[in-house]
Design a protein around this ligand. Structure first.
Ligand code: C2E
Ligand code: CA
Ligand code: CA
Length: 549
């Protein structure tokens, strides 16, 4: 009986120890010896401490496979050589612990990037705010949103999108010090809690450092992608006292950074931004209502041939009309439409409406051959950068040309330099496919972007439009005359035609004509007109050149 009981102790897989009242080890079974990494002789008399009876503590142990683990320690009273002692059992709970840790980790971390998630970030932020208040230490919350992430996801697929997010997480971790915490809120939104920033300057420097670090491409599943974050900064205590407020204000500031995509890529929260973001939201709601109610309109602005004075083309310009009949101008609504993606729907509408209008004019011409009718000139339609993300655009235009039985040379598309700046090659492929259809490409607002010359070399443009900013300075400014002359000479050298925008005076007309500019557009020729008025203008100028003083 005695020996079979000692067998139970000796062969038990759990460690069993006896510790005397002084807290010294008196006995350890083989399992306990293994767990503690020492033999019986080494353990005998070694201090273990006095475990409190009935309570459970934990102890680091060596596991049979040689790895470290955790044991739960339970103590009960016993006797050893006639004296009171503690009987201690070591239960290996490493696996259970790991499972628990994993659950805990999953609840507080983002599965894709392994970064802390929103709830953990908020917890840490609240904790940091407590410390910050106590030690009067400033803190900064940075809100990051990747520019054009949706574009990557939509065109290259979720796998590449996910890989990009992982690469971004890695890069952020690398840039930030171990004082800082970076979390992923979801989607392409990240937040950074920056301690020890010292001041607004420090936070700005950190944001600039992040921004610069993203000027080199990221590797996402074999794709080299550029993805820069727009960063909003809210400071404690200036911009808020609670975690929620700081996060919200950093988010608002991020929108500001996106709204004016400068070289910096970040913006500090300013109280009036809340007012502005509310207005932006109101305008967005208003635009959605207008779109749903069919309140979009096109205006047509004529372009005249500078040599003959004849009307030779027109540009379509969008207007929004609300239920009260108030007209909104593109300057007000295009930026919001671009930020919210509404421009996809509106831009598509403009393409359809322009094609339908040309067909209507052509039909009037053929059915009323006896009456004067409008000979519609080719129409140039403005394309937003956002529309260049859509690989279906060429198919869509081909379909419209087909549906309205239009030759492709009746359409031109105007793209701005800034729309093409740091655009992925995909946008270029789209534009090339469009020219293969026979639709011509016009480079808008020429001279205002950064990469004009490089773009002209790369893309099949047939027309450049000299921005109104240059035209408005002449004939007064010699320097601007020089610039315009140089643009015209360069364009002609590349076999491109030139439209001067914003021609308002006969002087400008005369000068541009003298400089060899091909076409003019502006109030001198005509304001943007509704279709009926534009048709009358066309009829009037069918035989008679446009007045130009
Ligand atoms: P933009 O493409 O450069 O269009 C020319 C702008 O200059 C138009 O303003 C036109 O009304 C104005 N303009 C024309 N001639 C003169 C002139 O002699 N003097 C002055 N002061 N202004 C003149 P608008 O219609 O307000 O459009 C502003 C911008 O909005 C356009 O600039 C274009 O970038 C954008 N936009 C207009 N329609 C559309 C559209 O359907 N889609 C997209 N994506 N953007 C559009
Ligand atoms: Ca334009
Ligand atoms: Ca323009």
């Amino acid at each position: 009986m005695q020996s079979s009981f000692s067998n139970v102790v000796l062969k038990n897989h759990s460690g069993i120890l006896v510790v005397d009242r002084q807290g010294l080890i008196r006995f350890a079974n083989p399992a306990a010896q293994k767990s503690l990494g020492r033999n019986a002789a080494q353990l005998d008399g070694l201090p273990f401490g006095l475990p409190s009876i009935g309570s459970q503590t934990e102890l680091d142990i060596l596991r049979p496979d040689g790895s470290y683990g955790i044991a739960e320690v339970t103590a009960t009273e016993t006797e050893w050589e006639g004296l009171p002692a503690s009987l201690i059992m070591l239960h290996d709970i490493t696996d259970r612990k790991r499972a628990e840790d994993q659950v805990q980790h999953q609840a507080t971390h983002d599965t894709l990037t392994g970064l802390p998630n929103r709830s953990m970030f908020l917890n840490c932020l609240e904790q940091a705010l407590l410390d910050g208040r106590r030690h009067r230490e400033p803190l900064a919350v940075l809100f990051l949103d990747l520019d054009r992430f949706k574009e990557v996801n939509d065109t290259l697929g979720h796998r590449v999108g996910d890989a990009l997010l992982e690469a971004v997480a890695l890069r952020l971790k690398r840039i930030l010090g171990n004082q800082d915490l970076v979390a992923r809120l979801g989607g392409d939104e990240f937040t950074v809690l920056a301690r020890r920033v010292g001041s607004a300057n420090g936070a700005g420097e950190l944001a600039a450092r992040i921004s610069t670090a993203f000027s080199t491409p990221l590797d996402a599943a074999g794709h080299r992608l550029y993805s820069r974050p727009s960063i909003g900064i809210a400071l404690f205590p200036e911009h808020g006292n609670t975690g929620e407020t700081l996060m919200r204000n950093a988010d608002t500031a991020m929108y500001e950074a996106k709204r004016r995509p400068g070289i910096e890529g970040f913006a500090f929260y300013q109280p009036e931004q809340t007012q502005r973001s509310r207005e932006r939201l109101d305008l967005e709601t208003r635009l959605r209502t207008i779109l749903a109610a069919g309140g979009l309109r096109l205006r047509y602005q004529a372009q005249a041939d500078l040599r003959t004075g004849r009307l030779c083309a027109a540009e379509t310009l969008m207007r929004c009309v609300d239920a009260q009949g108030r007209i909104l101008l593109p300057g007000q609504f295009i930026p919001v439409m671009e930020q919210t993606g509404l421009i996809r729907e509106a831009g598509d509408w403009a393409l359809g409406a322009a094609c339908m209008q040309i067909r209507a004019w052509l039909d009037q011409q053929s059915t009323h051959a006896d009456r004067p009718a409008c000979t519609p000139p080719p129409l140039a339609i403005n394309l937003s950068a956002v529309q260049l993300d859509d690989a279906n655009l060429p198919d869509r235009i081909a379909e419209l040309l087909d549906r309205y039985r239009l030759a492709p040379d009746r359409l031109a598309l105007e793209v701005t330099e800034s729309a093409l700046m740091d655009k992925a090659d995909r946008a270029r492929t789209i534009l090339e496919r469009l020219t293969t259809l026979g639709v011509s490409l016009h480079l808008d607002d020429f001279g205002t972007g950064y990469s004009s010359l490089a773009l002209l070399g790369e893309l099949p443009f047939s027309v450049i439009k000299i921005d109104r900013g240059f035209v408005s300075q002449v004939p007064g400014s010699e320097k601007h005359i020089g610039l315009i002359a140089a643009m015209i000479a360069m364009a002609h050298r590349l076999h491109l035609r030139v439209v001067a925008e914003g021609v308002e005076t006969p002087d400008q007309w005369a000068l541009l004509r003298q400089l060899g500019c091909d076409m003019a557009q502006g109030y001198l020729i005509s304001r943007p007109l509704p279709p009926a008025a534009f048709a009358r203008l066309c009829m009037g100028h069918r035989d008679r050149p446009v007045k130009h003083g």
